[in-house]
Design a protein around this ligand. Structure first.
Ligand code: GLA
Length: 393
């Protein structure tokens, strides 16, 4: 059998390309170029809006933003992924004024101003290479590249955690997606070669070294290309169910419950809420166990935790779809040490921890399972932890 070629994570769109595009669009040079990455989450899914724990890593894919201040009272934005749709909005933009891709940029301008910072006019060109619709946080990368540029150009001195929360606010209250803070924190705070162990309640982080290659292992990311079905409505419903369950149980957030509490609290919940709570509580436990296991140097030991996370997301949280389950099952059948969906679910990507020499064979098994099931052809790449948001020019 010939093996499908795995795509290796590419170098993101170059700073010179976005600079050249800026000169074309606006006729001058940008004051700088800022890069912010997308992410994969290794474990800790649907825990962030429950004040819980997450363990993402940055991808080499991301967004580059070439930005200059202007004396105008508006912001002009061009995306190289939508070059025919330049967008202009006033600096004092309000939620509802801008929709589509530019809402992520306008939302950041709005949230930074709403936090009390003075901003002037801007010209912005963005260029991204996070696979679209794959659940790898292209929106957080866009928000965070622009947020970092604004922070630096206007000398705001906002700390990284606060900047991530302003980007999240843009998405929650301007775009209208009630996401947690994981993706934005990952984009601004991840470090090369490390996983970001984040306590989303305190914003405290612990950088956990992660180098599968030194163990002869590879983290494979399989993009199922499954269309995101009902994603926003279902996501919001999960979040609302968690908040309702926390209220019923008299805790500030589900983070405040432990696995030992489950037998006592379960009888007070509906069947649906009981399963949602069980996922969140056990997932927080798995994140901490994953970090302890990695700290012991036992990379393979995280495999069963990844697989258990998937089962919990499938059975208790009900955010998987056929493509995600098929990819996980096929990867495990082909010898993956662990596999799970990553991101919000309802489509998107699966990660699998595999012996490096088995990576192609595992992906082949997934492809053939997809062919048998009549799903569109998946793609895959191998991921190593890349750097968080930074100025690149
Ligand atoms: C999406 C959201 C995140 C997080 C994940 C699920 O990626 O943007 O905040 O809730 O889903 O873990």
């Amino acid at each position: 059998m010939t093996h499908a070629r795995l795509l290796h994570a590419t170098t993101p769109a170059s700073a010179s390309r976005v600079t050249a595009a800026f000169e074309d669009a606006f006729g001058g040079r940008p004051e700088g170029v800022w890069a912010a990455p997308g992410r994969v989450n290794v474990i800790g899914e649907h825990t962030d809006y429950n004040d819980g724990f997450v363990l993402p890593m940055a991808l080499p894919h991301g967004v580059r933003a070439a930005v200059a201040r202007t004396s105008a009272d508006h912001v002009r934005v061009v995306s190289l992924q939508a070059p025919d749709e330049p967008v202009t909005f006033p600096v004092d933009v309000r939620p509802g004024d801008v929709t589509g891709w530019a809402a992520y940029v306008a939302g950041v301008v709005w949230s930074v101003r709403d936090a009390g910072h003075e901003l002037g006019g801007l010209d912005v060109v963005v260029d991204g290479d996070v696979p679209a619709g794959a659940g790898l946080s292209s929106s957080a990368a866009l928000e965070c590249s622009v947020a970092c540029a604004i922070d630096e150009l206007f000398g705001l001195g906002i700390d990284r955690a606060d900047l991530a929360r302003l980007a999240q606010r843009a998405e929650n209250d301007f775009v209208g997606m009630p996401c947690g803070v994981m993706d934005q924190m990952a984009s601004v705070r991840c470090e090369e070669g490390r996983l970001l162990f984040l306590d989303t309640r305190s914003s405290e982080v612990d950088q956990v070294p992660f180098d599968p290659a030194s163990h002869g292992r590879t983290l494979l990311v399989v993009d199922t290309h499954a269309p995101h079905r009902l994603v926003d409505g279902e996501y919001a419903r999960r979040r609302a169910a968690c908040e309702e369950a926390a209220r019923t149980l008299g805790v500030a957030a589900l983070r405040d419950l432990t696995v030992d509490d489950l037998p006592t609290v379960s009888p007070r919940l509906s069947d649906e809420h009981r399963r949602r709570v069980r996922h969140v509580v056990t997932e927080n436990d798995r994140v901490r166990e994953t970090v302890r296991t990695l700290r012991r140097g036992d990379l393979d030991g995280i495999g069963p935790l990844l697989t258990a996370s998937h089962a919990s997301l499938r059975d208790d949280y009900e955010v998987t779809v056929g493509e995600l389950d098929t990819a996980v099952e096929a990867a495990l059948a082909a010898g993956a040490l662990g596999a799970r969906m990553t991101g919000g679910g309802f489509g998107g990507c699966v990660i699998a921890l595999v012996a490096t020499e088995r990576a192609e064979a595992v992906f082949d098994e997934v492809r053939s399972a997809f062919a048998t099931a009549g799903y569109p052809e998946p793609t895959a790449f191998t991921a190593v932890p890349a750097a968080g948001a930074r100025r690149v020019q």
